[in-house]
Design a protein around this ligand. Structure first.
Ligand code: 5GP
Length: 212
């Protein structure tokens, strides 16, 4: 039987990084290259940036709508990041996981902690670092979508954010983007092969131990 046909449980692949470390580029490439990997679209109370689309980048909600979803337990995790609210809608994620598909999360360290608490064995977390302070500053300024004040605030926040690297399973220094993408793919490949996730292994082994 081909390896890929053995039934397995879906996993939750979490990418976190300070803004500007290249996380979105890595996430986009992964989604293009990997079958059975789906992006969890978060909701946020912040307004859309130019070019961002409802339902593709985020679900944009009011603070009241957000609070209601928290109250109704519709979010798998939620956090306040840079004075805006963010959260992961529960339903879609659960649907993918139970179908044996993997879900990619672009969330901060607070959300990662919450996911780990609620689903420890299913969460694989990767922290992405920029190659240097100067490069991070360049990437944040180069994006050109935020005011100088916001950029400065983010540089300060990045230092805070990066202090959480030891809480992650893997850390990737994103210097050469292609290399980083391939490293994440390698992690995903190995984690998919973990025995405990491969629900169909028992039956498969039985089938090759005796004639069916
Ligand atoms: P941005 O506003 O630049 O898109 O995202 C700011 C930060 O919020 C990023 O670090 C991003 O990973 C994080 N973030 C986005 N969505 C969520 C979410 O649903 N939950 C949590 N905890 N963080 C999120």
């Amino acid at each position: 039987m081909p390896e890929s046909l053995i039934k397995r449980r879906g996993l939750m692949l979490v990418l976190s990084s300070p803004s500007g470390a290249g996380k979105s580029t890595i996430a986009r490439a992964l989604l293009e290259r990997e079958d059975e990997l789906y992006l969890s679209i978060s909701l946020t109370s912040r307004p859309p940036r130019p070019g961002e689309e409802e339902g593709r980048d985020y679900f944009f909600v009011t603070e009241e709508e957000y609070q209601q979803k928290v109250k109704d337990n519709e979010l798998l995790e939620h956090a306040c990041v840079f004075s805006n609210y963010y959260g992961t809608p529960r339903t879609l994620v659960e649907r993918h996981l139970s179908a044996g598909e993997d879900v990619l999360f672009d969330i901060d360290w607070q959300g990662t902690q919450q996911l780990r608490e609620s689903a420890r064995d299913d969460v694989i977390s990767i922290f992405i670092l920029p190659p240097s302070y100067n490069e991070l500053e360049k990437r944040l300024t180069g994006r050109g979508q935020d005011s100088e004040d916001v950029v400065n605030k983010r540089m300060a926040k990045a230092a805070d954010e990066m202090s959480h690297w030891p809480e992650y399973d893997y850390v990737i220094v994103n210097d050469v983007i292609e290399e980083s993408i391939q490293n994440v793919q390698a992690i995903l490949k190995a984690e998919r092969l973990r025995r405990m996730r491969r629900l169909g292994l028992g039956d498969f082994v039985n089938s090759i131990r005796s004639k069916g």
